[in-house]
Design a protein around this ligand. Structure first.
Ligand SMILES: [Fe+2]
Ligand SMILES: [Fe+2]
Length: 235
């Protein structure tokens, strides 16, 4: 896998560039970078069970790692705000799919990675953003990302504006929103197809009292390292 228009050098180009941008995102807002690694890992787990139509592993991981890149243009204080945001602030945050996609396109990332950045807040039956089109017409990688992103957002602690859910409650929510917000196939894959081993792999199978520190520091990088052939993650 290479960046569009560049000479072939294996998937290292894509992975290297993705991790570089993830590093910049981490510098700006560490919690968003952690979130992005979790989303990439859930997407990778989905891919490992059903890769059809999703592309290869480095592409899936890059899409997950960079889906929220546009948040690099949103002030960190706004991303952490525990108060109700005014309209201008909401607009700024809701611009992150477009700014992220434009950045990735300018850097000549693969079209699928750009599409995930632009469309990961669209909904299966429409009414999401930025375009509001039904996600049923979007590519499978986008539809997988929509499910993985929302699931991870539900279970993550430390969000200033709401409490996180238990894994079981989040899976129930994904199930409940299947066919409305989420692609039913990918919702089923996440909630039923991955099996209990998936939660253990992500470090999500601990008791609620123990889960917070593990999830707060959760960088399930062993999956990514395995997929990308990287040395152990230093974070
Ligand atoms: Fe997002
Ligand atoms: Fe996200």
């Amino acid at each position: 896998m290479t960046l569009a228009g560049e000479a072939s050098a294996g998937f290292d180009d894509l992975s290297r560039q993705s991790l570089r941008l993830l590093g910049a995102l981490r510098h700006h807002h560490p919690a968003t970078a952690d979130h992005s690694v979790r989303v990439a890992t859930v997407m990778l787990a989905m891919w490992s069970h059903r890769p059809d139509g999703l592309g290869d592993a480095p592409l899936v991981v890059a899409a997950g790692l960079l889906h929220d890149l546009g948040k690099i243009f949103v002030p960190a204080a706004l991303l952490d705000a525990a108060r109700r945001l005014d309209e201008a602030e909401q607009r700024l945050i809701r611009a992150h799919p477009v700014t992220g996609a434009e950045t990735l396109a300018a850097l000549r990332f693969p079209a699928e990675v750009v599409a995930v950045a632009r469309e990961h807040h669209e909904r299966w039956e429409g009414g999401g953003y930025p375009s509001g089109v039904p996600a049923s017409g979007l590519c499978p990688l986008v539809r997988a990302a929509c499910v993985a992103d929302s699931f991870v957002a539900m279970i993550e602690p430390g969000r200033a504006y709401r409490r996180h859910l238990s894994v079981a409650a989040a899976l129930a929510e994904v199930r409940a929103c299947s066919g409305a917000q989420f692609d039913p196939d990918f919702a089923t894959l996440l909630t039923e197809g991955l099996g209990p081993g998936f939660q253990a792999e992500l470090g999500l199978d601990t008791a609620p009292g123990e889960r917070r520190p593990r999830v707060a520091g959760l960088l399930p990088s062993h999956l990514l390292e395995r997929a990308l052939g990287l040395p152990p993650c230093p974070w």
